[in-house]
Ligand binder design. Structure first.
Ligand code: NAD
Length: 261
């Protein structure tokens, strides 16, 4: 089992299906976990589930809010935390947009506002956190930054599998997930003597999807099935650990072979 007892891990968007799995598994591995999330049900869920654990701390933070990102990192340090691993995990997904009741836009109807909103959370947010790390933490102790991309960063989605589904894939998602790896490469080089920076790219993660969607997507995956959240967490934990000290600037696919076909 990966040992994270020397790690203090800060994550954004910690209340989602993967974020909350990372939190649980990191605590189990002995890490201190400093979670952050938007105010609301997901924040409350994290507080209810992990709030009693003395190795767990929780902060409200909107990754797209420039002042909030700076203030939160300052507050974490003022509270005595010494984060040495950071996860840029928060993101706006097609599933989330549809749950929010938005009319899902085809490309012709994608407004500049919705494009900019996706960029601000999925790409500007990671920049803001990286900049704050650079300003407030870099050089104090060794660091790891893990940026979360997707199997839809460097490979195209097959749009047909979303036909008639209650969620969709959208253009800004792919653009931001490709862009975040550019940020990884730039930071890995810039911070090379002080931090490692890698991209973790999850594949299709099972979260109660219909039989029909599972069948459609599984045909595109070498292993013929979707991932369980814990299978992505296994690799997230490894990338957080000292076992990954000589890895930097890498794009790590955990997709059952989707990207290799
Ligand atoms: N689940 C998958 O199949 C899958 C596949 C590939 C990549 N990913 C990536 O993994 C990461 C986690 O995905 P997930 O499946 O847990 O998604 P999710 O939608 O369950 O969780 C995303 C979290 O981000 C939070 N968030 C949204 N906007 C925010 C903001 N402005 N500030 C702070 N937090 C905000 C949400 O509240 C939510 O809890 C994302 O980056 C996603 O793109 C997921």
């Amino acid at each position: 089992m990966t040992d994270l007892s020397d790690k203090s891990i800060f994550l954004t968007g910690s209340g989602g299906v993967l974020g909350s799995t990372y939190v649980r598994r990191m605590l189990d591995a002995g890490a201190r976990v400093i979670a952050s999330e938007l105010p609301g049900a997901r924040y409350d869920g994290l507080a209810a589930k992990f709030g009693q654990n003395e190795n767990f701390a929780l902060y409200e933070m909107d990754v797209a809010d420039e002042a909030a990102v700076g203030d939160t990192v300052s507050q974490i340090l003022a509270d005595g935390h010494k984060p040495n691993v950071f996860f840029n995990n928060a993101s706006i997904t097609g599933e989330m947009l549809m749950k929010a009741g938005a009319e899902f836009p085809d490309l012709a109807n994608t407004t500049l506002d919705s494009w900019n909103k996706a960029l601000s959370v999925n790409l500007t947010g990671p920049f803001l956190l990286a900049r704050e790390i650079d300003r407030q933490v870099l050089g104090k102790w060794d660091l790891k930054l893990i940026n979360i991309a997707s199997m839809y960063a460097l490979r195209a989605p097959h749009h047909d599998i979303y036909e008639g589904m209650p969620f969709k894939n959208f253009s800004a998602y792919q653009a931001t997930k490709a862009g975040i790896h550019g940020l990884t490469l730039w930071l890995a080089s810039s911070w090379r003597h002080k931090a490692t920076v890698n991209t973790l790219a999850p594949g299709a993660v099972f979260n109660g999807h219909s039989e029909e969607f599972q069948k459609r997507v599984s045909e595109l995956i070498m292993q013929g099935r979707m991932a369980q959240p814990d299978e992505i967490a296994d690799v997230a934990l490894f990338l957080s650990s000292s076992g990954a000290n000589h890895m930097t600037g890498q794009f790590v696919n955990v997709d059952g072979g989707y990207s290799a076909w």
